[in-house]
Design a protein around this ligand. Sequence first.
Ligand SMILES: Cc1cc2nc3c(=O)[nH]c(=O)nc-3n(C[C@H](O)[C@H](O)[C@H](O)COP(=O)(O)O)c2cc1C
Length: 190
Amino acid sequence: MNGKNKEAIRVLGIGGSLRKGSYSMAVLRAAGKLLPDGAKFEVADLSGIPIFNQDNELKPPQSVVKFKKQIREADAILFCTPEYNYGIPGYLKNAIDWASRPHGDNSFKDKPAAIISSSGGMFGGIKAQLQLREHFVYLDMHAVNDSIAVSNVEKKLDSDGELTDEYTIRRIKELLKELIEWTDRIAVEK
Ligand SMILES: Cc1cc2nc3c(=O)[nH]c(=O)nc-3n(C[C@H](O)[C@H](O)[C@H](O)COP(=O)(O)O)c2cc1C
């Protein structure tokens, strides 16, 4: 254990929706506010990332250069994704593909991560989580086993997009605590 200061942890939030009124992005922002005081949190902007084409991987666009830098500088990654057709949305997969390339320059390598999913349905996007975990294996990421699937998500947010559901708030706090402890456990001197 390298004793990294838990209060100074930098967490990068990666969301799976570009939708203006996105529920999952609202949950992600809410999670950021539930981190301990002093923790740094930012949400990656995937909106400018073009469709991946391997022909361009050695000359990535600025949006990808920025995304990869944000990942590298983060101590831990917090994903919050909706479920599209039992998987993660294409733009999230697309952003992950960019950040994993070129070969030997995978920005996600060794990063601790935690997963939240959300859905208007009763299963909370759990199948998208499982797909994301499969990607983590190839990406060499280390996810905490716990996760949260927020079902009926629109009922858990108020009209301003603030998370109001006490149970979900408590679960997110627990997950963040686990992520911070896990990050501290697996931190390595770079
Ligand atoms: C293309 C598409 C596929 C979807 N597939 C699923 C699904 O497999 N499971 C599910 O629970 N909801 C599914 N939904 C509903 C989404 O969970 C819902 O639209 C959600 O609000 C999207 O997340 P957002 O609010 O963060 O944009 C799908 C929605 C879209 C647009």
